[in-house]
Structure formats: structure tokens, C-alpha cells
Write a protein that binds this ligand. Structure first.
Ligand SMILES: [Zn+2]
Length: 83
């Protein structure tokens, strides 16, 4: 089946914040900061889906803030057009 790419960021919990994880969690490195974190298996039925970005929780938070700022700028601009 073709993979479906979902827009957005999936958060991978950082290893340093966890003590013991389920055996089906895969240890990976955050592509942004390189720290060890865990990729959690997607729920049943979502196997063919993939998120655009997978980052550790801390990087995801930072990216999320950036996206939010961009989005706010976009919305602000559109509101100005209407007036
Ligand atoms: Zn990171």
C-alpha cells in the first residue's frame, strides 16, 4: 500500500525523560538535535501513514511554535486584506 504522508510533526519522547519503555518502541535519533528518543508504533490501521516530520518532543515544541507564528502572520495578513 502506498504510504500516506500526514502534514505535521509527530513527537517522539526523549529517552532521557523515560525509564523503561514498551518493547515495541524503537529507539531512534532525533533528526534535528541527534538525541536519543523513541518512535512509537502507530495504532492499528495507521500502518500506512507517516508524518511529514518526526522530531523529539523538545524540537517538536520549538517547530510547533515557529509554525504557529507563521500561521499567525498568515492570518494577520489575510485579515488586513479584508479591511
Ligand atoms: Zn530533537
Amino acid at each position: 500500500m502506498k504510504k500516506m504522508i500526514l502534514p505535521g510533526i509527530i513527537c517522539m519522547p526523549l529517552k532521557k525523560n523515560l525509564k523503561g519503555v514498551p518493547s515495541d518502541w524503537r529507539e531512534v535519533k532525533c533528526p534535528k538535535c541527534g538525541r536519543s528518543c523513541y518512535e512509537r508504533p502507530l495504532p492499528k490501521g495507521c500502518d500506512h501513514m507517516e508524518f511529514e516530520n518526526a522530531l523529539c518532543t523538545e524540537c517538536a515544541l520549538k517547530e510547533g511554535k515557529k509554525l504557529h507564528k507563521k500561521w499567525k502572520e498568515q492570518v494577520g495578513r489575510e485579515n488586513m486584506k479584508k479591511e
